[in-house]
Design a protein around this ligand. Structure first.
Ligand code: ATP
Ligand code: MG
Length: 396
């Protein structure tokens, strides 16, 4: 069965691959139908270094998720780390197409597509176009223009591009697993959809995702991301430090680390030596984040504080260390409630994979494109677009 209300989100992480399959209803609400997880060893510091190994993990995760969901999935929306991304401001404009002068999902997509037409160097590719505000007939500051009345729709957007080689490895891994990529979503944007409230995103919040080998940060203000940051350090470095400090294997060190988390969380009893090792590494990461985000924090853009995500954030020292170093209120971000099939525990899922499904479900542009275009036409359109990209590259 293939159906336009099914969305598959794929998280290719340093420690494992997770695929989440969800169904979106008419209100844009998602229900998780299936999940597939599989360890993965083909990444270093957040980047794919072994395409075959990653492809094999994706294939297994996809098999598990589709079996559980009882649906066939041929294309996925994939998370992309914020490593070596760059951002350029752009503006797109379109005339509204509806008979009653109301802005439709199609118009929003047209405006965003217009903002996407931008000259970028040949070794870079556009990952996403993130709207900062919409303007309807000259009236700005609008975040959701659909349904508003007007004849001219403009969008101010940030066009995020990434290194072509990094994106190519992601594409190749997904394709070798027998799937195609329907869209790319920056990982912290996906995590935000899973773990943050709309109010936090609007008022101003910092999100820190501590993974296996990288930590990714995004700061939102007035509904849009204003800063991205990544640090090539994560939970595996903490484990490595324990392994060296205590002269034990990596596996033993990982077990010691996780046991330390659960002991501290339950009884407050701690082993000082292990705690010192863990704290030292996380302190280093947090201090880097502190210096890189100082300007934005000092400008008062983060009233809702910092929210931690990613399984590397389960280290029990995080709340205290982070509130001291960043001087902000700290929360460990639990996933927002979501409907899920029996046996699925949404709180324990990859927030990247889960967040991707919610992001796509709420993005009327994606849903519009899917519903309105037969797949053969989609192929032609992407070929034309590909040619157009080439043209732009040659030209500029
Ligand atoms: N209970 C725990 N206490 C401390 N750390 C934990 C705990 N459980 C998992 N971790 C750590 O979380 C890290 C993995 O996090 P996560 O699954 O978010 O990473 P990933 O998405 O695979 O990697 P990346 O985002 O770097 O590509 C591992 O280093 C692991 O040791
Ligand atoms: Mg991750």
């Amino acid at each position: 069965m293939s159906d336009s209300s099914i969305i598959a989100g794929l998280d290719i992480g340093t420690t494992g691959v997770t695929e989440v399959i969800a169904r979106v209803d008419d209100e844009g609400e998602i229900s998780v139908l299936g999940v597939g997880e599989e360890p993965c060893q083909g990444l270093r510091r957040g980047l794919i270094v072994d395409v075959d190994s990653v492809a094999s993990s994706i294939r297994t995760a996809n098999k598990r998720a589709t079996r559980m969901a009882g649906v066939n999935v041929r294309s996925v929306f994939v998370g992309v780390p914020v490593i070596r991304i760059s951002s350029a401001k752009s503006r797109g404009m379109t005339a509204t197409s509806g008979d009653d002068w109301r802005v439709t999902a199609f118009d929003v997509k047209q405006a965003l597509d217009a903002a996407r037409i931008l000259a970028i160097p040949p070794d870079r590719e556009i990952i996403s176009v993130l709207p900062t505000e919409y303007i309807v007939d000259g009236l700005g500051g609008i975040q959701d223009p659909e349904g508003m009345t007007g004849i001219r729709l403009e969008v101010n957007a940030k066009v995020i591009s990434g290194q072509a080689a990094i994106l190519e490895n992601i594409a190749e891994s997904v394709e070798r697993a027998g799937l195609s990529i329907e869209g790319r979503i920056l990982e912290p944007i996906a995590v935000a959809k899973a773990a943050l409230s709309d109010e936090q995103i609007h008022r101003g919040v910092m999100l820190v995702d501590i993974g296996g080998q990288i930590t990714q940060v995004v700061i939102f203000y007035e509904g849009a991301p204003i800063q991205f940051l990544w640090v090539p350090v994560g939970g595996m470095h903490v484990t490595n430090d324990i392994s060296i400090g205590m002269k034990v294997s990596f596996e033993e060190a990982e077990a010691i680390k996780q046991k330390n988390s659960s002991i501290q969380n339950s009884s407050g009893n701690k082993d000082e030596f292990i705690t010192d090792i863990i704290n030292a590494r996380l302190q280093e990461v947090l201090e880097l984040i502190e210096s890189e985000t100082r300007e934005v924090r000092n400008s008062g853009f983060v009233p809702c504080g910092v929210v931690f995500a990613g399984f590397g954030s389960l280290a029990p020292c995080i709340p205290q260390l982070a509130s001291e170093i960043l001087d902000l209120p700290v929360k460990i971000g639990e996933s927002r409630p979501v409907r899920a099939a029996k046996g699925i525990e949404p709180g324990s899922l990859s927030q990247v994979a889960l967040g991707i499904t919610r992001h796509v479900a709420e993005d009327s542009g994606f849903m519009f494109e899917r519903e309105s275009q037969p797949s053969a036409f989609k192929g032609i359109l992407s070929e034309i677009r590909g040619w157009f990209d080439e043209f732009l590259r040659d030209f500029f």
